[in-house]
Design a protein around this ligand. Sequence first.
Ligand code: SAM
Length: 252
Amino acid sequence: MPKDYKFFENLTYEDFQAMALNQELSSFEKIGFPDAYRDLYEQHIFEDVQLKMPALLQRDSVVFDIGCGCSTLPNLLIQSASKLNQKLILLDSFEMLSQLPESGSPLIRKFPARYPDCPDLLQELKGRVDAAIVYSVIQYVFAEGNIFDFLDRTLELLAPGGRILIGDIPNISMRKRFFSSETGIKSHQEFTNSNDIPNIEFNKIEAKQIDDSIMMSIVQRARSAGFHAFLLPQAKNLPMSNRREDILIVRP
Ligand SMILES: C[S@@+](CC[C@H](N)C(=O)[O-])C[C@H]1O[C@@H](n2cnc3c(N)ncnc32)[C@H](O)[C@@H]1O
């Protein structure tokens, strides 16, 4: 039975571990998305990520996917890493990684951990990573852990010119702006097949939700540490581009 979006609210790292092993869920549901939000879209997501991370298209680069999940995206990364002789490290829980195929290549590694609780790997990758992908993951770290510790440790991994894409960030401020706009109201009405006006409240404490202040502070923190950092829109053909955005960090 397909699950609706309510099933995927407030997920924790442990929920993902259990969902990964739940045989009733599709590969998209195991990573917290109803099929409609990922099936048919992951190729577009991959292309958008490649556009922002040129090292993904280069031979011999070092690619680190933090919270890689188990759907089409990591499989596309495995395919392109094999073709381009890239070193690829896929990090997630043991349960999630068990859903991915073995590549058979010594250059492609699965690393089970709850990031950044992996001191040996952090030491090994220090200053070596060309592309670190954190896609649709930082919201869980924000709710459960320390995003600045996560960020500081990942910054240390970048090689000169290396990039981090903290992608697909649900920004509640952006969502409110969208759903209180004419376009957003129309889109809500089409989606619900009703004349309802979305219920948007401003000036409200939004516990555990990322908002503009968090987005800006991630950018500012990275810049203060000597990295370029940018807020970027998602490609229009991605399913949540009206309320999610990306942060791109570049080691000069
Ligand atoms: C929404 S899924 C995204 C998966 C994949 N990046 C994608 O976009 O297809 C979130 C993933 O992050 C993983 N995750 C959450 N917190 C994590 C952490 N602290 N360390 C490693 N993985 C984490 C979960 O296990 C889950 O697989």
